[in-house]
Design a protein around this ligand. Structure first.
Ligand code: GDD
Ligand code: MN
Length: 367
């Protein structure tokens, strides 16, 4: 068999109804090009991966990576690209919303060495967003504008999920990509240590025929966090910022409950304080599990053991905070500064223990 020239990476989550038609269309438009399609499926409940594998048995140009226990469009695309040995790598949605007929022209411009990266673009002449409603159009425009702040070179559609890149350039970016959220292209460009020659080709985003979009509010949150990470990530990890924000919210809740119990309901200080602490810890644990460590979210029995370790860690943190605060306070440092110093030490401690023992760190290889 001939070595492949082009790999088309197709991330899927519940796209069963779109697969066969998509493969047919790719085959049609790529003609004699030596291509392969790699589907990266996140264990879709609708059995997308089973269907893809049944196609693989008939056509060796098709491959399937079925990831277990993980979700994420960007990380799926990265893993698909990383599993390829072709000199050119494309990413294409499975739901037929992208215009696959652009693939040959993209490949040509890369082969002719006119560009390192070809983008299917909705925001240049000839492109468009089809029948999007006003809100989605506005959100997309805003995301595009924000995206351009972190880009060194202007890109008309940095939010596009449809592009093709030379594999050597992909490997320059890959080690620094965050792999989070939907914005794989922006991540790819921003993470590349050298500037990429970019060519944008227009296409009109088509309506979805089968299945539904997975772009929701978490995706928008992920995007904002990605931008934040690109700005301040090197100085202060965004995860730590989130942890501290959640902690600050917990402190407000704590004081509110303390006030309500002690002042309003006349409970003893001790009872009020313990109740408030419990509430704040449960809330903090839940928010951290949902947001700060959403990529390592605990479920089932792990959630229970995780909570107890978290409570234990935070209790030690609170004790340390009191000790440290007191150390400064008795040395005539103002009460609020003493408190803040104690709380800062406790935050770092709580964060370190939480990252290491509650939401376990996955090992990350350094290059
Ligand atoms: N493996 C995997 N894991 N695939 C996923 C996941 C996931 O968690 N979430 C979504 N996908 C797949 C879908 O099955 C589809 O093939 C593709 O990624 C795009 O997902 P959609 O849910 O259809 O996204 P969209 O149409 O709303 O968003 C598209 O347009 C955006 C720009 O407006 C995508 O192309 C985005 O990448 C793009 O930024
Ligand atoms: Mn879509």
């Amino acid at each position: 068999m001939m070595a492949t020239e082009l790999t088309v990476v197709i991330p899927t989550y519940n796209e069963r109804a779109n697969i066969e038609l998509l493969v047919e269309r790719i085959d049609q438009c790529l003609g004699t090009i030596a291509w392969e399609a790699i589907f990266v499926d996140d264990d879709s409940p609708d059995g997308t991966a089973d269907l893809v594998r049944s196609l693989c048995r008939r056509d060796p140009r098709i491959r399937c990576i079925q990831r277990l226990g993980r979700r994420g469009l960007a990380s799926a695309c990265i893993e698909g690209m990383a599993s390829s040995s072709s000199p050119y790598l494309a990413v294409l949605d499975a739901d037929l919303q992208h215009d696959e007929t652009l693939l040959p022209a993209m490949l040509q411009s890369l082969q002719a060495n006119e560009a390192d990266l070809a983008i299917g673009s909705r925001y240049i002449a000839g492109g468009g967003t089809g029948n999007w409603d006003g809100t989605r159009r506005k959100i997309s425009r805003l995301a595009t504008t924000l995206g351009n702040i972190v880009l060194k070179q202007p890109v008309a559609d940095p939010m596009s999920g449809f592009f093709m890149i030379r594999s050597d350039k992909f490997w320059r970016s890959a080690p620094d990509m965050s792999g989070r959220g939907f914005k794989i292209l922006l991540d790819l460009i921003v993470s590349c240590p050298i500037s990429l020659r970019i060519k944008e080709l227009p296409y009109v985003f088509k309506p979805r025929l089968h299945g539904e979009s997975k772009l929701d509010s978490t995706v928008v949150l992920e995007y904002l966090l990605l931008l934040l990470d690109k700005f301040v990530g090197r100085i202060l990890p965004v995860r730590f910022l989130l942890f501290v924000m959640v902690g600050a919210l917990g402190a407000i809740i704590h004081l509110t409950i303390l006030g309500v119990f002690h002042i309003v309901h006349g409970k003893t200080f001790w009872v009020s304080q313990v109740t408030a602490s419990l509430f704040a810890m449960v809330l903090n644990f839940a928010l951290n599990n949902l947001m700060t460590y959403r990529d390592k979210r605990l479920r089932g029995s792990k959630l229970v053991t995780g909570f107890f370790i978290f409570v234990l860690a935070c209790s030690i943190g609170a004790f340390t905070s009191a000790q440290v605060g007191d150390y400064f306070f008795v040395r005539n440092v103002p009460w609020w500064l003493s408190g803040l110093l104690g709380a800062s030490i406790a935050s770092v401690w709580n964060f370190a223990v939480s990252s290491q023992f509650v939401w376990r760190r996955r090992s990350k290889r350094k290059r």
